[in-house]
Design a protein around this ligand. Structure first.
Ligand code: ZN
Ligand code: ZN
Length: 643
């Protein structure tokens, strides 16, 4: 006798063991048809799973978000199945689910082409139509290894050999394809219909550049056709906004082989960079920060004391010398340097909080395969700062930081911010009482500001809890940028202290915080968010002044001078070209305002104003236009966010 309880509490009895599939057919036949997988006592399993005791059973259909992961996972297998049929010499490796889809890595001598991708996708659709059952089976280790060796799947053999002794080895068969997998899967290939292969990339086996290069195929899969269509539209829009493409078009920066992951800023890009830096500087001064500058190279001994040598060694660029005593590392972060500045001179409780900021140039040896334009670089500048304070000041410092961060994000046109409180991880330093206090302080700061936030349990740094701030761009993509972290460890390790009211020595609390994160990455996000159409305050050139014929030369120069004196960044186009041609060219350069000067404008002593977006604002006096621009500058990104 076996009792199955379904989510609404109804109980069903069966005389003996029964598969979920058989049971569901008895319970609700239309549900059985729609079933994708099941949840048994909180664990996701196949529909073929045999129930042998009383359970709580929930059937997953296309209405369950959890079913999506199973669909994507099964579609990755379908991809491998199709590739094996079309390219029998390809070896399969791994194929995980990722955000919005999945990928699968293949070992194959040739490179897949976009044409191959189409063929593979077609074959996947055919396999889907065949409604091949997807069946689970188990094998002992030696048999499993022998089976995959016979199939010529050396990577799978390696994977199986590394699975700890005693673990169940489960496999899935669909038609003539077998793969090692934990599951669960959809019951048959016909449940996989709404997918698309998106692109191909190279990837190293186990992500290590010393290993063989594999061919990675990316795909996406969804529960509803509409979801797939929306996603593909968004993908196409993201491609149009690709910051690397726009950087070329707008002449912002470049990256070349001799400096992988490091940016050569061109005048236009560097101008934007500097406007952002100056803006952040002005915000920090208002909030009581003091800007400092610390060395690029620091001795190995300091990195050992700070703990970075142990934890960060692989990511640090080290200077090579024969003698350990003269070994240096390029800083991957600014914190130890800031503690050195704090340690100069005796600090009293009256000096706290001390807030040191630095546009800290850092280098990290990221794997070459992970580098991506400005989004993932090796050399970057953080809008970094460290606050040294007492425990009592912790909460108000955190609250003040969050307020500042919201202001800054709004100025850049981001209004949707996601907050996460990352709490103590398993491996950590510091007493539980310290963690309690720090987590409480962060939580109170969040609650006092009535922010919507969620927990990221166990995701804090080993040295303290943190709040992570992510912004949503206009395509709905989420970027983690800001952070504030409580640190109990480093100030003590590096000997920071202050004298309390009672005359005792005490270690201050250290807060690491950044609003933008890396300036490089933040500018990458901005380029894509604005699609290169920077708001007036950030545009390298704000206004282009154009003449219709040579006759307006003198007036145009006078207008340009007046605008420049008003502090605007302008360019003059006096070329002997058709006005339509000039407008097109500067529109492509995404200059926010275009002024046209012809005879009529001279007569009325005005200028004709167009926006980059094409709106015609008609004729304005120069002073009226200056006012319009000053207003636009003062609004920063807040107006553009609405468009
Ligand atoms: Zn699988
Ligand atoms: Zn830091």
């Amino acid at each position: 006798m076996l009792v199955i309880t379904v989510p609404d509490g109804t109980k069903f009895s069966f005389p003996g063991p029964v598969t979920i599939c058989q049971a569901t057919k008895k319970i609700n036949s239309s549900l059985a048809k729609a079933a994708i997988a099941a949840e048994v006592n909180g664990k996701f399993v196949d529909l073929s799973y045999l129930l042998t005791e009383d359970v709580v059973l929930r059937i997953l259909t296309e209405h369950d978000p959890q079913a999506l992961e199973i669909i994507r996972h099964s579609t990755a297998h379908l991809l491998a199945h199709a590739v094996k049929q079309l390219f029998p010499h390809a070896q399969v490796t791994i194929g995980p689910v990722i955000e919005n889809g999945f990928y699968y890595d293949f070992s194959i001598a040739q490179s897949f082409t976009p044409d191959d991708l189409q063929q593979i996708e077609k074959r996947m659709q055919e396999l889907s139509k065949q409604a091949l059952p997807i069946e689970r089976f188990e094998l002992p280790r030696t048999e499993a290894i022998a089976l995959f060796r016979r199939m010529g799947e050396e990577y799978k053999v390696e994977i199986i050999e590394k699975i700890p002794e005693g673990e169940v080895l489960s496999f899935y068969r669909e038609g003539d394809f077998v793969d090692l997998c934990r599951g669960p899967h959809v019951p048959n290939t016909n449940k996989l219909k709404i997918f698309k292969l998106t692109h191909i990339a190279g990837a190293y086996w186990r992500g290590d550049a010393k290993n063989a290069m594999l061919q990675r195929i990316y795909g996406t899969a969804w529960l509803k056709q509409n979801d797939l269509d929306t996603y593909l539209t968004r993908l196409a829009e993201a491609e149009k906004r690709d910051h690397r493409k726009l950087a070329k078009q707008l002449d912002l920066f470049h990256i070349q082989e001799e400096a992988p992951g490091m940016v050569f800023w061109h005048p236009n890009g560097w101008a934007i960079y500097q406007y952002i830096e100056r803006y952040i500087q002005s915000c920090l001064v208002k909030c009581g920060y003091q800007e400092i500058r610390t060395p690029q190279l620091l001795s190995r001994h300091l990195w050992e004391r700070s703990g970075h040598w142990d934890k960060f060694f692989k990511e640090m660029f080290i200077t090579y010398t024969s003698d350990e005593n003269t070994q240096f590392a390029i800083k991957p972060m600014n914190c130890p340097g800031h503690v050195q500045v704090f340690n100069q001179g005796l600090k009293s409780y009256r000096d706290l909080p001390v807030r040191f900021s630095e546009f800290g140039s850092c280098h990290r040896n990221e794997p070459s395969g992970s580098l991506h334009g400005l989004m993932r670089v090796r050399g970057f500048v953080q809008d970094d700062a460290h606050i040294f304070c007492t425990e009592e000041q912790l909460q108000s410092e955190v609250a003040a930081f969050i307020t500042l961060l919201y202001e800054v994000y709004a100025d850049f046109g981001f209004n949707e911010i996601l907050l996460k409180l990352a709490t103590r991880p398993e491996v950590r330093v510091g007493s539980n009482e310290n963690w309690d206090r720090a987590e409480q302080a962060l939580m109170h700061a969040l609650n006092a500001g009535s922010f919507m936030w969620s927990y990221a349990v166990g995701e804090g740094a080993f040295y303290g809890p943190k709040i992570e701030f992510s912004l949503k761009d206009c395509l709905g993509r989420v970027w983690q940028c800001g952070t504030i972290q409580v640190d109990f460890s480093m100030p003590e390790r590096l000997g920071a202290e202050y004298i309390t009211e009672k005359g005792e020595r005490k270690v201050p609390v250290m807060l690491h915080r950044a609003i933008l994160g890396s300036l490089e990455r933040f500018i990458g996000i901005l380029i894509e968010h604005y699609a290169g159409r920077f708001p007036v305050w950030l545009a390298p050139v704000q206004v282009i002044v154009m003449t219709i014929t040579d006759k307006q030369h003198g007036y145009a120069v006078a207008v340009a001078q007046e605008l420049e004196q008003a502090g605007l960044r302008i360019k003059l186009d006096l070329r002997n070209e058709k006005i339509g041609f000039k407008i097109r060219e500067h529109t492509l350069q995404k200059i926010p305002y275009l002024l046209v000067i012809g005879d009529k404008e001279i007569e009325s002593q005005q200028v004709s104003v167009r926006r980059q977006t094409g709106d015609n604002l008609g004729r304005l006096l120069v002073q009226e236009f200056v006012q319009l621009m000053q207003q636009a500058v003062s609004q920063r990104g807040r107006i553009d966010a609405e468009k």
